[in-house]
Design a protein around this ligand. Structure first.
Ligand code: UDP
Ligand code: MG
Length: 309
């Protein structure tokens, strides 16, 4: 029977890991599966609980990082270690309803899909402002990048070995998994579900961290902002040049000197602003290149009960 590996990134989830395993065991009793907990440098008892679960269940595996590397790194580590013919990805807080798993497996096994992914259709229990910015992000992202993200797409998915290997072929340091999953392609089936609140603990994503994450995603998948700043820079330089000619000619004809001070101030500020903006955009891309060039590992494992594939 083919093996399903379920990768679960965990950051301070000591209350959730046990409940999670119980739910998975119930829903997947007819399947051959393993759960791979990736402890992302939790500061609570998550690792202790995971180890207990692993000692009681032979199909519970774990990887524990040397510090908090972030969910994206945890996903990558999990995918690297997973040996299943199919690999699933789920949050530990049960916000990704396990009851969808059998349906997802059926679609992969019998309908010939390479990926079955879940899409949140409601955002109840979430602040309005968060939903608003999230929707705005998807719109902007899809307009200006080469790939199309699906509204409400989550990381909750099951992939075939072939897709997992394709994702692992992208060892970039700045990881935006939603984009990477879309980038590798393959036939994807979307299953819809209603938003669920977490069973325990609190979300570690603050509003600010989501904004930062959105910018990371955009920069990772499009260089359009670079062209925008070049475009704006060019337009305004031309306008400034024409205006300069106008000022010189007017001076030659009327020889008035002091009037026009406000216009000069305005254009100075405007141009200065655009220059700073462009430098900022350039800097953002330079930063990405800088980190990729360092070629640092995406995660560091401190201990584990599995061998890397
Ligand atoms: N997570 C992680 N590393 C982090 C932050 C989060 O591995 O630095 C895990 C977390 O334990 C959970 C999943 O990523 O299993 C989703 O996190 P969370 O529930 O905080 O995000 P939300 O559901 O609010 O998007
Ligand atoms: Mg959550």
């Amino acid at each position: 029977m083919s093996l399903l590996s379920i990768v679960v990134p965990c950051y301070n989830e000591d209350e959730s890991v046990g409940i999670f395993l119980e739910e998975i065991r119930k829903t997947l009793k007819d399947y051959n599966f393993e759960v791979i907990y990736v402890n992302d440098g939790s500061s609570d008892d998550t690792l202790k609980h995971i180890k207990e679960l692993a000692s009681e269940n032979s199909n519970v595996k774990y990887i524990s990082f040397s510090r908090n590397f972030g969910k994206e790194s945890a996903i990558y580590a999990g995918l690297t270690y997973a040996s299943g013919d199919f690999v699933g990805l789920m949050d530990a807080d049960l916000q990704h309803p396990p009851k969808l798993l059998p349906e997802m497996m059926e679609s992969i096994l019998n309908e010939g899909y390479d990926v079955v992914a879940a899409r949140r259709v409601s955002r109840k229990g979430e602040p309005k402002i968060k939903s608003f910015f999230s929707q705005l992000f998807y719109k902007v992202f899809n307009k200006i990048s080469d790939i199309d993200l699906v509204q409400g797409a989550t990381d909750y998915r099951i992939m075939t070995r072939q897709v997992v290997d394709a994702v692992l072929e992208l060892p970039e340091y700045n990881r935006f998994s939603k984009g990477l999953f879309q980038w590798v392609g393959f036939d994807t089936k979307w299953i819809e579900y209603e938003n669920i609140e977490r069973v325990a603990g609190e979300s570690t994503w603050s509003f600010w961290s989501l904004i930062k994450y959105s910018i990371e995603g955009l920069v990772a998948f499009t260089t359009l902002p670079l062209s925008v700043s070049t475009f704006l820079g060019t337009i305004f330089s031309i306008i400034a040049f024409v205006y300069m000619l106008f000022v010189i000619i007017r001076y030659l004809i009327y020889s008035e000197a002091v009037p026009g001070y406000p216009t000069i101030m305005c254009s100075l500020l405007l141009l200065g602003g655009i220059q700073l903006l462009s430098i900022g955009v350039l800097g953002k891309y330079l930063e990405k290149t800088y980190f990729e060039a360092k070629d640092r590992p995406i995660f560091i494992v401190k201990e584990s009960n599995m061998d890397e594939e």
